[in-house]
Design a protein around this ligand. Structure first.
Ligand code: SF4
Ligand code: SF4
Length: 148
C-alpha cells in the first residue's frame, strides 16, 4: 500500500520501486538528445528524440531493456544523483532531489496523467524521432523548465 503523498514523507533513496517509478511524470524530456556547453556547463536539449521513444505517448517502447538498447540512456536511480543535472527543472526526480515540491500538474498531485501534456511540459508534438531524421534544433536550457 502506497502512503498518500509518499514523495513528501520519504527521500528518494527510501522509495519503493513502485513509488520510484510512479514519480516519473511522463514528460519524455530526458529522452531527447542533449548538448552541453563545455565552457559554461549549461545543458540544452534538442527536438530530436531517442529512437525508442514513442513521441506521442512520451514513453519508452522498451523500458526494461533500455540500457542494453541505448548506450546513452539516462537510467536514473537514487544512488546516481550526478545524473539529475541532465534532467529538466520540471522533472519530479530533480525536484525532490533539490527539496522542491511537485507541481500542481503532476499526476500524483492532480490525478490526471494527461495534464503534463495539456500544460505543454511534455515533448508531445514537439520532437521528431531519430528513427525518422538526424536533424535537430536546440530547444532550451534544461534548468529553464516550468517551475509551476
Ligand atoms: S524528465 Fe523526469 S519526469 Fe520527465 S520523463 Fe524523464 S524521468 Fe520522467
Ligand atoms: S532508451 Fe532511454 S532515452 Fe531512449 S526512450 Fe528509452 S528511456 Fe528514453
Amino acid at each position: 500500500m502506497t502512503p498518500p503523498r509518499f514523495w513528501e514523507q520519504k527521500s528518494l533513496t527510501e522509495l519503493t520501486r513502485e513509488e520510484w517509478e510512479s514519480l516519473c511524470d511522463g514528460c519524455g524530456l530526458c529522452c531527447v538528445q542533449k548538448l552541453e556547453d563545455e565552457d559554461t556547463g549549461d545543458v540544452y536539449f534538442t527536438d530530436l528524440a531517442c529512437r525508442l521513444l514513442d513521441t506521442e505517448a512520451c514513453r519508452c517502447t522498451d523500458y526494461e531493456r533500455r540500457s542494453d538498447e541505448v548506450e546513452a540512456c539516462l537510467v536514473l536511480s537514487p544512488d546516481r544523483p550526478e545524473a539529475y543535472r541532465w534532467l529538466p527543472g520540471s522533472c519530479a526526480y530533480r525536484r525532490r532531489h533539490e527539496g522542491r515540491e511537485l507541481p500542481g500538474w503532476h499526476h500524483l498531485v492532480c490525478g490526471d496523467r494527461e495534464a503534463v501534456h495539456e500544460i505543454g511540459v511534455s515533448v508531445r508534438g514537439k520532437v521528431a524521432s531519430e528513427r525518422d531524421t538526424a536533424e535537430w534544433t536546440t530547444l532550451r536550457v534544461l534548468a529553464d523548465e516550468s517551475e509551476s
